[in-house]
Structures are given as C-alpha cells and as structure tokens.
Write a protein that binds this ligand. Structure first.
Ligand code: SAM
Length: 301
C-alpha cells in the first residue's frame, strides 16, 4: 500500500512523532515533517499529480499541512540541491521544528539537500535510548540527533562532524529539548585523526554511533570511502569501547550489505579477542525496506 495505514497516523500522534513517511512509490516518496510535507521525486512529470494526491489524502485524513516542499532526486550527488517551496506561504521561515518520540528537532528546508533529521534512524535512536547510555561517542554526528536522544536518557556525549554549521544546529537541538550543553562536547573536525587521539587520551565510551557517508573529503583533502575505509574505522572504535560496550554501524553505501558489516565486526572481535551479540532493528512500519540504510548493532559481552 503506497499511503501509510491511517492507524499509523494515530500511533505516531500517540508516541509524539511528527516526522515520518506518508507515501512511497518507486522513484518518489512523501514525508510529513511537522506541519509541512516534503515530496521527493525523480521524474518531474510526476510532481503535480503527486502533490494533488497528497492534498486530497491529507484532507480526507484530517492532517493539516501548512506547506508542500519538493525535492528533486538527481542521479549524481553533485547535482543535489535544497528542497523548493511547491505550495504554501512563501514568506514563512524555511525553518521548523518536528518531534520524534517527544524529542524536538529543528529543520531547515533551505539549508541543504537534507533538512536536518534522518527519519530512517528513528528505530536506532529508540534502541540507543533503551541501552541507557552513559558516555556516547557520535561519529559523523550531523545535527546530533543521536546525541540528543542519548542525552535525554542521561548520557554525556561527544559529537564529531566536519561541519561546524551542522554541530551548531546540533547544539540548537539540545536547547530545543532543554538539555544543558555544558556536559556535552561538539568537535568540528575530521573523524579519522580524532579516533587515535581519543585512544591516546584513554577515553572510553559505552556506546559508539558510526554512521559515515558513502564518500566524503575530509581535512587536508583526505578522502573517505565507506567501502574501503569502514573496516579500519570499526577496528578503531573497538579500542574506544568499554568491555560491555555497544556499537552501531550504519551505512547508505549500496555496495555494503548487512553481512559485510557483520564481517567487519567479526574481524575486529577476532583481533581484540572479544565476543559480541549482533542485532538488527526491525524496519519501521512507515518505511519500505529499500529506503533503509544497512545497520547493525554490536553488543560486546
Ligand atoms: C550521513 S550524515 C550522518 C547522519 C547522522 N549520523 C544522523 O543520524 O543524523 C554524514 C555526516 O558526516 C559528516 N562528515 C563527512 N565526512 C566526515 C569526516 N571525515 N569527518 C567528520 N565528519 C564527516 C558530514 O558533515 C555529515 O554531517
């Protein structure tokens, strides 16, 4: 069924979540993001009909939408641009706030291709909260959504991302949730040299989130390619985990499947003579499997 089951709308309202998928078809989908909707599409000819369907569906399901943003999905990452306003009041600010399990996150439709929250990590943020983390290391933290979830559960956090701007938005997310930022660190730097430095400083974390992009160019022009560089990062994370720590490895790289992530972790386990359980969170009810990143939780024992 392309539109979500209406009972799910009620369930999201009850759990305090206003950021979720509404509709999925091959090459297009619609997300509800608070009071707004974001329609992502590959084929521009499909856009007007989909927007009309959305308006009809939202009316019949009593979901009031303030604006519709549209986002073209290009084949090349280099052609990615920020969403544009398709329908609604142009003078309203492009920033808004959404909720996920009663946590609040700021969005900015004008900032870049991504508005500020990856809804496909919702289950992993719930899983993180369930672990009752004490010290979280959030690598490639973006707007610090994992850090906010951990902080709300009582953890102190270290968020690392090359983009100072994204980390500033992360700090704003802490403030949106009345979380003191004094107990939390936001380091705008390249993850690759950061990990050995944390090891030399003998820092340990009971939960590490490792969610890198498929490709990026870091400090000093150094490139990162998940397919090639992720195994070494997994190894280095092991050096920073407490004896019964937890590691989330996640990737959107289509060349890496769940068994590849498990193989990387097993290699690190062998090398460090440790043992662990593996767990995969179930696909959330509003998202098709094809839309999900490949993710794996490792629980040391
Ligand atoms: C896919 S996003 C991570 C999403 C995030 N884990 C979340 O759930 O919201 C990738 C992030 O990695 C950052 N990044 C890319 N290369 C980096 C590097 N070498 N060191 C640190 N951050 C990097 C980007 O700035 C971007 O914010």
């Amino acid at each position: 069924m392309p539109w979500i089951d209406p009972t799910l709308l009620t369930a999201f309202a009850a759990e305090g979540t206003t950021a979720h998928r509404l509709y999925s078809e091959p090459g297009a989908w619609i997300e509800r993001l608070g009071d707004d909707a974001l329609l992502s599409y590959q084929n521009p000819e499909r856009l007007p009909a989909l927007a009309a369907e959305l308006e009809e569906w939202s009316k019949s399901h009593h979901l009031a939408l303030r604006r519709i943003y549209s986002k073209f999905l290009p084949k090349q990452n280099a052609e990615r641009i920020a969403p544009v306003l398709f329908r609604g009041e142009a003078l309203l600010p492009a920033q808004s706030v959404v909720q996920e399990n009663h946590l609040r996150f700021g969005l900015d439709f004008a900032a870049s291709y991504s508005a500020g929250l990856f809804i496909d990590q919702r289950q992993n943020r719930v899983a993180l909260t369930r672990l009752k983390p004490k010290r979280l290391l959030n690598l490639f933290a973006y707007t610090c959504a994992f850090s906010v979830a951990a902080a709300r559960a009582g953890a102190e956090t270290l968020s690392v991302d090359l983009s100072r701007k994204s980390l500033q938005r992360g700090e704003e997310n802490f403030k949106l949730n009345q979380l003191e930022t004094e107990r939390h660190r936001f380091w705008a730097e390249d993850v690759l040299p950061t990990l050995p430095r944390l090891y030399r400083k003998k820092e340990l974390f009971d939960v590490i989130i490792l969610d890198p992009p498929t490709f990026s160019r870091g400090e000093k022009g150094r490139s990162f390619r998940a397919e090639k560089d992720l195994p070494a990062l997994v190894q280095e994370c092991f050096d920073l985990l407490t004896p019964t720590g937890h590691l989330l490895v996640s990737t959107n790289c289509t060349k890496l499947q769940s068994h590849d992530l498990e193989a990387m972790c097993r290699e690190a386990l062998r090398y460090t003579r440790r043992q662990a359980d593996f767990k995969r969170e179930p696909t959330p009810p509003d998202l098709p499997l094809a839309a999900m990143p490949t993710t794996l939780w490792l629980h040391l024992k």
